[in-house]
Design a protein around this ligand. Structure first.
Ligand SMILES: *Cc1c(COP(=O)(O)O)cnc(C)c1O
Length: 356
């Protein structure tokens, strides 16, 4: 049987050359071999994060750092911006951590409204805001610039941004927008297997973490920082994934980061044309659509699971049949990672061929 090519928005397809890089012989994590590996990837990561601040490596999925960031930084109350499955869940996680938490909600399919955020923050109840930049469940990309400008009006409020499905597909201006924590994961736009989270923390946020008791060990930001100074990690990291990351970063900079962003825009446009040409509608409004995936409204009421089964059996590829409460009423097509115009067109032909 052919391997199934994944066009669902994560985990996505991993290239053969990346798997090969991941099978590089093992090294110790407390010696110069590891320091050399971290020193090689670190400046490249800083460029993609657009920050002069440290970039830390966490052997966990993104949720590890999503949970860690609210636990390390909240003393008063966290405001979770909620407009999709991942951002809604972040509120649930805040409560499970025993934190004071409240949501600023928008309908699934709508972006977070900066003016409403301003209103909430003007109560002075909050010291942390969480935002999912690219809501992978709905295909909505939130207005990061406008939201960061609002948060930056409030000196004592820290902004944590999940860029799990947008990092390396579209620019993230960590420094310009003064974002305190930016985090991402390996299995989405970076086109690596799951298991690695990457994040950067502002000096202001590290100072805040110093005042927070019971940060634990595994996800303690100060522990990450202490080890970062030696170009190491608190505990044994997923070294094979880091070899994969090193390889992907070399590919990103060989292509050129701007060229990569343009490629994602082009591939996204190709998918959008398909949506229009086939009488489907976008779930996300114009002006707020993700660059790395497309969430399509199933306005023709087709049997999405049966369609995906046909494309899997006939063409050995799949898209995604919708997530959470919009499963079946939407479907999602990823254009993340190493895809080309040719591979995206091939996928679109295959899904068209199997349409009911
Ligand atoms: C996939 C995803 C996550 C969760 O990542 P895990 O690797 O499962 O922890 C969080 N946020 C967004 C926006 C995602 O797309």
């Amino acid at each position: 049987m052919n391997p199934i090519k994944l066009y669902n928005p994560g985990p996505i397809n991993v290239s053969e050359d990346t798997y090969k890089a991941m099978s590089t012989a093992m090294i110790g994590h407390r010696g110069s071999d590891f320091v050399n590996l971290y020193e090689d990837i670190h400046p490249k990561l800083q460029k993609i994060f657009n920050t002069p601040e440290p970039v830390y490596l966490s052997t966990s999925s993104a949720w590890g750092i999503m949970e860690a960031s609210i636990k390390n930084l909240t003393s008063k109350k966290v405001l979770n911006c909620c407009n999709g499955a991942f951002s809604d869940k972040w509120l649930d996680v805040s409560k499970r951590c025993g934190l004071n938490a409240e949501s600023l909600s928008a309908e699934w399919g709508s972006p977070i409204c900066p003016e409403e955020l301003d209103k909430k923050l003007s109560t002075n109840e909050f010291d942390v805001v969480t935002l999912v930049h690219n809501e992978t469940s709905t295909g909505v990309m939130n207005p990061l610039k406008e939201i960061s400008e609002i948060v930056n009006k409030y000196e004592d409020v820290l902004l944590i941004v999940d860029t799990v499905s947008s990092f390396s597909a579209t620019p993230i201006n960590t420094e310009d927008y003064k974002i305190d924590v930016v985090l991402t994961g390996s299995q989405k736009a970076l086109a690596l297997p799951p298991g690695l989270a990457l994040f950067t923390v502002s000096e202001k946020a590290l100072k805040k973490a110093e005042t927070i008791p019971n940060r634990g060990y595994y996800f303690d930001f100060l522990e990450f920082h202490k080890n970062w100074k030696k170009m190491m990690t608190p505990s044994t990291p997923c070294i094979s994934l880091l070899y994969g990351l090193q390889h992907q970063l070399n590919k990103i900079f060989n292509e050129g980061i701007e060229a990569r962003y343009e490629r994602h825009q082009l591939l996204n446009n190709i998918v959008h044309s398909w949506v229009n040409d086939h009488g489907f509608e976008h779930f996300a409004p114009d002006g707020y659509r993700s660059k790395s995936l497309t969430c399509v409204a199933n306005n023709k009421d087709i049997d999405v699971p049966a369609w995906i089964k046909r494309m899997r059996e006939k063409h050995s590829l799949i898209i995604n049949g919708g997530y959470g409460k919009i499963k079946g009423t939407t479907f999602r097509i990823s254009n993340m990672g190493d895809e080309t115009a040719e591979s995206i067109k091939h996928m679109l032909e295959a899904i068209t061929d199997t349409l009911p």
